[in-house]
Design a protein around this ligand. Structure first.
Ligand code: FUC
Length: 751
């Protein structure tokens, strides 16, 4: 066994620990978009908790409430007349989905490995997640023998691979089994020949699919056999376990498919499996390199949990920030690859049969946040599963638009699930009856085009964007002063106070709605211009833009959250929806609309002064807001707050509980501090804090088809190089200086 594997000095791109995970939030995630695992690294009783992205409870349903449309005029009338209580009561009866809830995500199961103990404690224990290789390793010494396990989820081979070795021949003995804790009655494990197991079962619920997990063992030396539901390996030199999972969502016969996948992979020697994984993995991961300087060997050589603990005590650690940034990229690559489902609230990693918020796709911020890093952090293909989901939502979304609101186009409310369900989720008035989900999601299609400049993609995406815009056109109604307004709506998920002391959530015209509509319709106009189509519609869209209520500044100097300048019931609320126009939108910028930028600052300060940012994702959004306001100090303060208040020992974001959006939003925010491109200029180092005075980044992407490298020293840009994918004029800003560069596609320009 190569000694480098045990003694290798961690190079800043590893999460590592001196002890096994005592609980799930300490375990380390691996994944290939579709298959995921949490590796605990226990010495004697190893638990590898497995997920497959399409294991969901129940089948598809039409949950649209047929009583919505007949009652819509009355609900609107009551809201517009200020008879809120009655409006909300009627809405609670007529608008909810039937039944109220969408489907939920389930674990695939556990893989348990039992290693014979010696009664002694293992020495030299080390557990590592190597971000450069996409592998999780565990090594330790028992009775003078060094043991080594290496695990990864291979995208090219669509399997999970576990390699177990020791430095003394014949030392590997273990028993392995699948286990599915609470729902045992729904599945059963059988032998698959002498060297494999298959667990098959039903996902449960009406229309629920079938799932399968299979495992094949390839060992060198010793013996392998199956007894009952166990695989038993004795005195092998080394063992490779190959695990596959499949469901009826993708395969007519998941067992056949799972076995074929596992057989194909187990037919390859371990070094080949590893090599195929590494080639694929590093082709994505290595595109971006980040150093934020501040190397302090006293902390960078410490285990990750100990470093995090020091940050909680107030220690600065730019190296940990850079690691957190790359971990966000790692998580997206591991939970969202072409052909997989999009990253859900937990990415793909979930051990619960009734997970928090069903571990589905919450689309009033969370799912969108999951993808904020995809383009600028150079993982554009990881964005594709979201686009597949948007496509899948079109048909059900048309039904929701028609049945609930009598509108053309397609709509979705604040959640969707594996079946792309678009009817409302819950009867939770602050959130449920908000039909902007599809419109917001479609902006991701536009962003993908802006970064990649691929007109073929835009040609395909434009009809989807247009269909979301058609819904908005029909959903808008004329308000008393000629404005076009949304009704009913909510400002996710806040509550306002009326002057008479009553509180309400449903409203006409939440500011966020107008900002989303403005962004989507502007994107549609620009797309139609690029594609030279829909001239008449473009005129109609232009007219709508002039009739939307303009953003307003309220009595505190803040961006108004609603059309009326209401007080918020919870001024520190985690949602800051009315700053959509600052980020991810672009309506409020420091240069073009300084008055709105100033009001956005007041809004943020008020939220934070009242306890805002208490959930991980809210804190991550705040980082992006401050970055857009070009406030380096506040951006960094919030990065550190995300690490110290909302990060678990395995660096997972802590809502609480674990929710992955904060990881993704945090990574996006760090990138946004270093490079911005939303206003037609590449703004280099727009919010670089003093603490990151020396560093470099390689491979960030910018809108317009650019890839950017930067080196900075003492807080000043030293060198930048820009590669263009399209010829034209590139505008670059450093500090207050803007330069224009004539660029040619494929060439690299160094400043
Ligand atoms: C929204 C948020 C919650 C949580 C949930 C999944 O409802 O308000 O904080 O993130 O989504």
């Amino acid at each position: 066994m190569p000694s480098t594997e045990q003694t290798k000095k961690e190079d800043g791109l590893t999460l590592w620990y001196r002890q096994p995970a005592a609980e799930w939030n300490e375990a380390l995630p691996i994944g290939n978009g579709r298959l995921g695992a949490m590796v605990f690294g226990q010495v004697e009783k190893e638990r590898i908790q497995l997920n497959e992205d399409s294991v969901w409870y129940g089948g598809p349903r039409d949950r649209n409430n047929p009583d919505a449309l007949p009652n819509l005029p009355r609900i609107r009338e009551l809201i517009l007349a200020g008879r809120l209580r009655e409006a909300q009561e009627l809405a609670s009866l007529a608008l909810p989905g039937l039944p109220e809830c969408q489907r939920h995500y389930l674990p695939l199961g556990d893989l348990q490995l039992f290693f014979p103990g010696t009664g002694q404690e293992a020495a030299g224990y080390r557990r590592v997640l190597d971000l450069n290789r996409g592998t999780a390793t565990v090594c330790y010494e028992l009775d003078g023998v060094r043991y080594f396990r290496e695990m990864f989820a291979s995208y090219p081979d669509q399997v999970m691979v576990i390699r177990i070795r020791a430095d003394k021949p014949g030392s590997i003995s273990l028993q392995a089994r699948f286990n599915r804790n609470r729902w045992k009655y729904l599945e059963r494990t059988d032998k698959w020949g002498q060297d494999g197991l298959v667990m098959r079962g039903n996902c449960g619920g009406a229309g629920g699919g079938e799932f399968v997990a299979v495992m094949k063992s390839v060992q060198e030396g010793g013996s392998v056999r199956t007894i009952g539901e166990h695989l038993v390996i004795e005195q092998a030199d080394q063992v490779t376990l190959v695990i596959a999972g499949a469901t009826t969502l993708r395969f007519d016969d998941p067992e056949k498919a799972g076995k074929e996948i596992a057989l194909a992979a187990s037919g390859r020697a371990y070094p080949e499996l590893l090599e195929r994984h590494l080639v694929d993995y590093s082709s994505l991961f290595s595109r971006v390199e980040l150093s934020l300087g501040g190397a302090d060997s006293s902390t960078s050589s410490l285990p990750t949990d100990e470093r995090l603990e020091l940050v909680k005590q107030g220690k600065d650690d730019p190296g940990l920030v850079a690691l957190y940034f790359q971990f966000g990229r790692y998580l997206l690559m591991s939970s969202s690859r072409p052909g997989s489902l999009p990253a859900n609230l937990q990415g793909i990693w979930n051990e619960s049969f009734l997970p928090p918020w069903d571990s589905k796709f919450t689309i009033n911020i969370n799912t969108q946040m999951n993808y904020w890093l995809a383009e600028n952090c150079n993982l554009a293909e990881c964005h594709l599963p979201l686009f597949d989901m948007i496509e899948k939502m079109r048909e059900p979304g048309r039904v929701s638009a028609q049945v609930m609101y009598g509108c053309r186009g397609f709509t979705a409310h604040h959640n969707t699930d594996v079946w792309a369900d678009t009817a409302p989720q819950d009867t939770y008035l602050p959130a449920s009856f908000w039909p902007m989900g599809a419109a917001w999601l479609c902006l991701h299609l536009w962003e993908h085009y802006r970064f990649g400049q691929d007109e073929v993609f835009l040609r395909d995406a434009y009809p989807t964007m247009k269909e979301a815009a058609l819904f908005l056109m029909d959903y808008l109604i004329e308000g008393s002063n000629g404005h076009l307004i949304t009704c009913p709506s909510v400002s996710p998920e806040n509550t306002y106070l009326l002057p008479n002391g009553e509180s309400g959530v449903m409203c006409a015209g939440a500011s966020m709605d107008f900002q989303i509509i403005h962004a989507l319709i502007s994107a549609c106009i620009e797309s139609a211009e690029i594609l030279d189509s829909d001239e008449l519609l473009r005129k109609e869209w232009q007219e709508i833009l002039t009739r939307l209520p303009a953003p307003a500044i309220g009595k505190h100097g803040q961006i108004q959250e609603w059309m009326e300048d209401y007080e918020e019931l919870e001024p520190g609320h985690r949602h800051i929806s009315h700053l959509f126009g600052l980020y991810p939108g672009e309506q409020f910028t420091v240069e073009e609309t300084p008055e709105f930028a100033a009001a956005a600052r007041v809004t943020l300060e008020r939220r934070l002064a009242n306890g805002g940012g208490h959930t991980g994702w809210s804190r991550a959004w705040i980082i992006n807001f401050w970055a857009r306001l070009q406030d380096a100090k506040k951006s960094r303060e919030n990065v550190m707050a995300l690490l110290s208040h909302s990060t678990l020992p395995n660096l997972f974001d802590n809502h609480p509980p674990f929710q992955i959006d904060g990881n993704f939003g945090g990574t996006a925010g760090i990138a946004e501090m270093l490079l911005q491109s939303h206003s037609g200029v590449l703004h280099l180092l727009p919010a670089l804090p003093e603490e990151w005075a020396n560093g470099h980044i390689r491979g960030l992407r910018a809108r317009g088809g650019y890839t950017v490298h930067m080196v900075w020293k003492d807080g000043k840009l030293l060198e930048a190089s820009i590669t263009a994918s399209k010829s034209g004029i590139c505008r670059i800003r450093v500090g207050e200086t803007v330069i224009e560069l004539q660029v040619e596609a494929g060439k690299r320009y160094t400043l």
